[in-house]
Each structure stands twice: as C-alpha cells, then as structure tokens.
Design a protein around this ligand. Sequence first.
Ligand code: NDP
Length: 227
Amino acid sequence: MSTVLVTGANRGLGLEFCRQYAADGWNVLACCRHPEKADKLAGLAHVRVLPLDVTDFAQIDRLAKELKDTPIDVLINNAGVFGDSPGQGFGQLDYAAWTRALLINTQAPVKMAEAFLPHLQRGKLKRLVSISSQMASIADNGSGGSILYRTSKAALNAAMKSLAIDLKGLGIGVFILHPGWVRTDMGGPNALIDAELSVSGMRRVIADSTLQQSGGFLKYEGSILPW
Ligand code: NDP
C-alpha cells in the first residue's frame, strides 16, 4: 500500500488530498496544527492525524524521527498562507508578516524535504510535491501587488528547482504545482473551481509524472507554467 504525507491537512486542498488518497486505499499521514480540532479528518479510514506546525522545525525533526521506519511515496507540502492584506502592497508593507510568509511558504517545505528525505528514499514512488501558485510566476505577473505571497512562492519555486537537480540521482522527482483558483478559505467563494476538481487533477499529474520531468512548474491539469 502507498503512503502520502500531507501538511495543512485539516481544511481546504490539504483535506481534499487526504479524502481522495484515503478513498483510493492509500495510507494517509495527515499533518495539521490542531488534530483535536480536525473534525473532518477524524472519521476517515486509512488516515492517521499527526500534530505539525510547519514553522516548528524541532517538531518536524521529532515527527520524522517518530516515523523513521515508514516509507513515504508522496510528500505534499500543502500548508501555506497568503499573508495579511493590507500589508502586501508597496508603501504599506508589513515586514513581520512577510518574514512569516517566507517561513511558512518557502523555508518550511525545504525543511520538510530535508527531514523526510530518508522516508522518501524508502518509498516506491519517490515524489516531493510543493503546492505553489501561478502568482509565483514572474513572467505571468501583470497586476503587481501581493508582494508577500508572490515572493514567498517564487522563492519556493527556486528552492524546489534546485532540489529537483540535487535529488535526481536518488530517484526522487520534485514537482511544483499550481492548484488553480480554488474555492477554499484562501481562494474565497468566487474562485473558479472546487477542491475536488483541483485535487483530482493534481493527483493525476503526480501519478503520471516521470523523473525526466522533475523540477516542472505545472498547473493542476498538467500544463506547464512560465517561471
Ligand atoms: P486554506 O487557507 O484553505 O488552508 C491553508 C492550510 O494551511 C490550513 O490547513 C492551515 O492550517 C495550513 N497552515 C497554515 N499555516 C500553517 C502552519 N504554520 N503549520 C501547519 N499548517 C499551516 O488554503 P488552501 O487550501 O486554498 O491552500 C493550500 C495551498 O494551495 C497553499 O499553499 C496555497 O498557497 C496554495 N494555493 C491555493 C490557491 C487557491 O485558490 N485556494 C491558489 C494557489 C495556491 P490552520 O487551519 O491550522 O490554519
């Protein structure tokens, strides 16, 4: 049986990843900040709910140690923040919120990769997936603003591109995915697609991925995004 680890698993896209993988019979390691409040994960078969605040690197190390004999086929760095508006715009930037966005959106996914590398090496599929955003694309930026979010996800992309090169020799494929504009707490009610469609698309992209494509920045339906 295959195993997936998902961060930010209690709501939004993370929850939907857990639902869909569990429904397919995968072992799901559902990581979230407050397992005691994760009602929607509680009733799911094949799901083990684990406490993890991704900004607590000592907790990441402890969890990796606790799970040391568990092979992980797919690790999904899903937890993320948009960063508070109005502190996103030039002239009113909230630098403390920017530092926090970089910690959660950029550094934590890299720390997860470092801590769980042995587990990924033991897995069969060997896929490291980070949920980024089309807003990370510098080429695609036609509207400005959202400086905290754009920079933290662009830096995530740069880091994951390096990991794709660094880990290729180990057979680990690294993929950077844009989920689409999705109706979640972050995406809001006017977003274009629901989490079910976004996640089923991303799961297909992950399942079809090859090591040769490692380092790709892809949309949920598989098209390639410009850096
Ligand atoms: P939500 O705001 O609905 O959910 C965010 C998740 O991240 C929650 O589970 C939240 O946990 C978790 N999280 C935030 N901070 C931490 C932390 N320090 N430690 C652990 N977990 C944390 O967002 P979405 O589901 O929409 O987004 C998921 C990913 O997709 C994000 O990386 C986002 O940037 C990306 N994305 C989303 C888009 C969209 O349209 N929705 C578009 C492009 C990208 P808690 O409940 O504890 O706060």
